[in-house]
Design a protein around this ligand. Structure first.
Ligand code: ADP
Ligand code: MG
Length: 496
């Protein structure tokens, strides 16, 4: 059964297709939607947006409802503050739910995530507010001991430094700006805020940590926060009526680094974010921000905050070109060799990996880990074959580019020195007929359009005319190698 709405992906798929007691996934999805609606109404828009907007139901089976969130941080926050409430609400909306499990979704989860903690409520009448949630020991220990002091800043990763950051064409400007800001001391901040944006895995977090280390090493006060932790700080401070103190502390630092600001949401939180930004910038403190999109596209933020974010230096980090991928790969391999001296990856394998993994730095890192695992498990050197198997799933199946009939017509026309309107016209001179037939043939093999549709797009011709052209060119290609090469070339030009 299909489930409509945003829950379709989570509930309709996999083992959770049906509740174990025969409920349809639609019923469960409906119940879950009611749960979310109630949480929103009971907790208010801000709290809901901060903690529950990205909470999704994966499936329900054996009385266990499995929920997922995108980060470990959200998981532990929800577990320690809201699990009991979510469970009570869910139980009152759907029968047979005994416990909740919160997991971290997505490929970016750490390689070996701990088992999702299961929380069972103490026995009690359904839907009545129960005793405190039974939080597993490790989570309890983790709570309240923010690694970077009371502000709850996230720790800096020792590996993500300027030294380990490889500079190439696509990130040179971002890197230069980061270094200048990090090495700047005295006087008002340079570019404020400094705003990086790029798709996933292109080095934003690496650069931010690099700035963090450099500022810290220079003895200045820096705090690195993710949007989640920023929101956590505020919600927590608002709850304990210490928001003012929180803000004061934030303003007492030299450099505020804020990662993944696209996740900041909720009206009062973004207002606080705006105030903090203004206060820091006005006081000449450096603010550095990263997001997955330019400031103008941060729809969740209000116009004034967006324009403040856009008011400093906005730098995009581009995709990694092959040369940059090769250097990042080399530096990764060298780093690994420091701890695994026998780990050897020959130039051919390295070249293959740098060519094949085009998406981002994260996948490159994943590839190195795979190769290392392979080498240590088998004790055999990494060959091209083993590399290919090891990284197969990281290699993007290059989706064939969608080719438009219009582009085919334009390209073929220009190759044969006729105009596109000649191709669409009724003219039957040989100089026009051949390119027209080639264009029809290419439209058939490179697009998913039907023969009648292709006919329509070629000046309203009949589908039999198109079929005739396709057959004719097919036959000609088989007999004429020059034409065959010519058509291959056209195909490649259209698909690249
Ligand atoms: P983002 O925050 O943009 O999603 P990250 O900074 O987390 O990306 O980068 C993903 C991985 O790729 C990290 O392991 C990072 O060290 C690596 N990486 C990305 N760009 C570079 C680079 N220019 N030099 C070295 N490593 C890089
Ligand atoms: Mg990041």
């Amino acid at each position: 059964m299909r489930v409509d709405g945003s829950l379709a992906e989570g509930v309709g798929s996999g083992r959770g297709g049906n509740g174990d007691d025969g409920r349809s996934s639609g019923e469960i999805a409906g119940a879950w939607q009611r749960v979310k609606r109630r949480l929103r109404a009971e907790l208010g828009e801000d709290v809901f947006a901060s903690w529950f907007a990205r909470l999704e139901l994966q499936d329900v089976s054996g009385g266990v409802a499995r929920l997922t969130v995108p980060t470990r941080f959200l998981k532990s926050w929800i577990e320690s503050h809201y699990l009991d409430r979510v469970l009570a609400t869910f139980r009152s909306e759907a029968d047979g739910i005994e416990s909740l499990e919160v997991g971290v979704r997505g490929a970016m989860a750490p390689a070996r995530p701990g088992p999702a903690s299961v929380v069972k409520p103490a026995p009690r009448p359904a839907a009545s507010p129960g005793p405190a949630v039974d939080i597993p020991e490790p989570e309890r220990a983790a709570r309240g001991s923010a690694p970077e002091g009371e502000l709850g800043g996230a720790p800096l990763d020792a590996r993500l430094t300027f030294e380990s950051f490889v500079v190439g064409r696509s990130n040179a400007l971002a890197h230069a700006a980061a270094e200048r800001v990090a090495r700047h001391d005295g006087g008002p901040a340079l570019y404020n805020p400094l705003y990086f944006h790029a798709g996933v895995g292109l080095g934003k977090t690496h650069l931010l940590h690099g700035i963090g280390h450099a500022v810290k090493n220079a003895g200045r006060r820096v705090i690195y926060l993710t949007a989640d932790r920023f929101m956590y700080g505020f919600v927590n401070a608002l709850k304990t009526q210490s928001a003012l103190a929180f803000k004061e502390k934030l303003r007492a630092i030299d450099v505020l680094i804020l990662d993944d600001v696209q996740f900041i949401q909720g009206r009062s939180i973004q207002a606080e974010f705006g105030h903090t930004l203004n206060a820091l910038i006005d006081a000449g403190r450096q603010v550095v921000v990263a997001a997955d999109r330019p400031p103008t596209e941060l729809e969740a933020l209000d116009e004034r905050v967006r324009s403040r974010l856009a008011g400093g230096l906005v730098v995009e980090i581009g995709t990694l070109d092959e040369a940059l991928r090769a250097s990042i790969l080399q530096s990764r391999l060298e780093a690994v060799r420091a701890t695994h001296p026998t780990f050897e990856v020959g130039p051919a394998v390295a070249e293959y990996v740098a060519k094949a993994i085009t998406a981002n730095g994260r996948d490159l890192e994943g590839a190195v880990n795979r190769l290392l695992a392979h080498a240590t498990l088998t004790g055999a050197p990494v060959t091209l074959d083993t590399a290919e198997t090891a990284i197969r799933d990281l290699v993007k199946n290059r989706e064939p580019k969608r080719v438009k009939i219009e582009d085919i017509q334009k390209l073929v026309a220009s190759r044969y020195n006729v105009s596109r309107s000649d191709i669409l016209s009724e003219r039957r001179t040989a100089a026009v007929v051949k390119p027209r037939q080639i264009a029809m043939y290419l439209s058939k093999v490179l697009t998913l359009r039907s023969l009648p549709e292709i006919g329509r797009r070629f000046g309203g011709r009949d589908h039999t005319t198109v079929l005739h052209a396709v057959r004719k060119i097919e036959k000609a290609i088989g007999e004429d190698t020059a034409l065959c090469d010519e058509v291959e070339l056209l195909k490649r030009m259209l698909q690249d």
